[in-house]
Design a protein around this ligand. Structure first.
Ligand code: ZN
Length: 254
């Protein structure tokens, strides 16, 4: 009799499980990306934490209910620990953008670059007790990323993220708000996912002003904002034959 009841209940349980999984889909697990069913856009900010500008960006992201990724510079963290904590506590993800951001120093050798990333990872671990694994090369990976460097980064569980939309607010922070918006909306149909490069330096006030309009554009275009997490697929330009190889300036995407 007991077996009979269970046998009868089994199909009902299966149906209930299916209904529940449809109503409550897999949402979020720490370190895992949200199960985005829409087109994805990753908003990334380099060079922080910088007071005022980073705070204003965080305010806007909160208002817009958007999660982003901050590729931070290790040397900027001392005395700005609260800002780093706020990034983390607001639900954004943190990545590594070297310790010194000095091109001559970081691109001296492959080991120098890896060590700068690890130094920043250590500083973040000491401050907010997480060990970010995503890295962003200052200026992008295009002239520097070789197979051996990628293998070295992977041996430390580090993953590389370049971009395919650039606000050009790093090279031209004085660009007008409307120009920055235009740059931010310059998407190509072949991109299956968008990674936007933005900056949060002290001279990036126009980025702050352009941000709401850029976010609106992507929301209106059916994109979902996602933060880069440990399980986000890497995104880097074509590997070079040798480190610091500037022979080819055209950026090619995987
Ligand atoms: Zn930078």
């Amino acid at each position: 009799m007991k077996t009979n009841i269970y046998t009868r209940l089994l199909p009902l349980l299966i149906v209930l499980t299916i209904i529940v999984s449809i109503i409550y889909p897999y949402k979020y697990v720490q370190g895992k990306e949200e199960d985005c069913t829409k087109k994805k856009v990753y908003l990334t900010f380099d060079d922080g934490p910088i007071p005022i500008i980073t705070d204003k960006i965080l305010d806007t992201l909160k208002e817009q209910n958007v999660k982003a990724t901050f590729f931070v510079v290790g040397k900027e963290i001392p005395e700005r620990e609260e800002l780093l904590k706020r990034m983390h506590n607001d639900g954004h993800t943190i990545g590594l953008h070297t310790y010194s951001h000095k091109f001559k120093k970081i691109y001296r050798s492959e080991d120098a670059l890896v060590n700068e990333m690890l130094q920043t990872q250590k500083k973040i671990k000491e401050t907010i007790n997480i060990s970010p694994t995503s890295v962003r090369f200052p200026g992008g990976s295009s002239h520097h990323l070789t197979r051996s460097l990628l293998d070295k980064l992977h041996s430390y569980n580090l993953k590389v993220y370049d971009w395919n939309v650039d606000l050009y607010d790093g090279s031209r922070p004085d660009a007008t708000v409307s120009q920055i918006i235009k740059n931010g909306e310059n998407i190509k149909p072949q991109y299956s996912r968008i990674i936007i490069l933005a900056h949060c330096n002290s001279n990036n006030m126009n980025t702050v002003k352009a941000l709401p309009e850029i976010i609106k554009f992507y929301k209106d275009s059916g994109f979902e904002f996602c933060a880069i997490t440990d399980d986000t697929d890497e995104y880097y330009y074509r590997l070079k034959q040798s480190f610091n190889d500037f022979s080819e300036s055209i950026k090619l995407f995987r």
